[in-house]
Design a protein around this ligand. Sequence first.
Ligand SMILES: Nc1ncnc2c1ncn2[C@@H]1O[C@H](COP(=O)(O)OP(=O)(O)OP(=O)(O)O)[C@@H](O)[C@H]1O
Length: 356
Amino acid sequence: MTQTLTSQAILEVLQPVQDPELQKSLVDLNMIRNVKIDEGNVSFTLVLTTPACPLREFIVEDCQKAVRTLPGVEEVSIEVTAETPQQKSLPDRQGIAGVKNILAISSGKGGVGKSTIAVNVAVSLAQSGAKVGLLDADIYGPNDPTMLGLSDAKVMVRQGPQGDVLEPAFNYGVKLVSMAFLIDKDQPVVWRGPMLNGVIRQFLYQVDWGELDYLIVDMPPGTGDAQLTMAQSVPMAGVVIVTTPQTVALLDSRKGLKMFQQLNVPVLGIVENMSYFIPPDMPDKKYDIFGSGGGQKTADELGVPLLGCVPLEITLREGGDNGVPIAISAPDSPSAKALREIAQRIAGKVSVVALA
Ligand SMILES: Nc1ncnc2c1ncn2[C@@H]1O[C@H](COP(=O)(O)OP(=O)(O)OP(=O)(O)O)[C@@H](O)[C@H]1O
């Protein structure tokens, strides 16, 4: 006896299929929409929580398998789209209209590659189809414009009903605002708490960010006023801590971690940069200069996930200097792949926090 296919039956067989990251049913998460049946042809839309979903192929395959168990099904076509969930709002912190998730990239000390990671994560997320902004809050050494090929950009200021509004610069799919746009590059700037506070708040609220899935904030290194201002002003989806494998870096990372935990900012995980060296003339070789397994050990000691390890690669540094991020110039290089996976993991964790 042939049963008639119904959308109800389709949703029932899809009920046990889970989003592996969120560990909840796709149906309960309202990720299956628009179910249509035309004789044996079934079609629906799978709405992921981030366009950078690392597991999209697996989820699609699981859906295919589940629907094909129904008698009478001949074809299953799944259209995949994404709707990034909005992070939770906090009563004492003012969100930015149109910006769904604000996340910070931080490091215990300078020079560990925080800006390199922030820029390439931003570009990787944009490449996946997400709407991305980058706020260069590293007021002491604002490098993001150079790394994003925007060193000569100027921010436009226009008059809005509530005062001046800055128009971000834009390249490689990423909107950027940086202190470098506002200061003379050769003049040292001495920042005092209240001034710094004002500038960071201006970069958050007086910029025409438009609609963004992710606003990535490249923090200055350490645990100072900028971190405090940021964490206390806006609700943050989370922070990513960048570290290097040396043991001294662990101490600095721990300080940063404690501060964000005290400020109730979820720590999404750590990224270990300069983990191992890949010689340019021997791309299949890998040298563990600082010993291996350091990243995992650091993550375990800090009790947070390791989001990934980025190798020390000359092309990654060159990309930063030349203003063409490696995610654009050499997307198949080991560091670009590592950075893309890190961006996907960050997006996954942000969804988990937003939907918790
Ligand atoms: N994995 C890597 N391989 C090669 N070079 C790297 C890597 N990571 C970073 N670098 C280089 O190291 C230098 C410092 O990196 P970056 O500016 O990103 O660090 P940072 O932590 O943001 O520094 P600070 O905040 O102190 O300015 C840059 O020249 C960058 O290109």
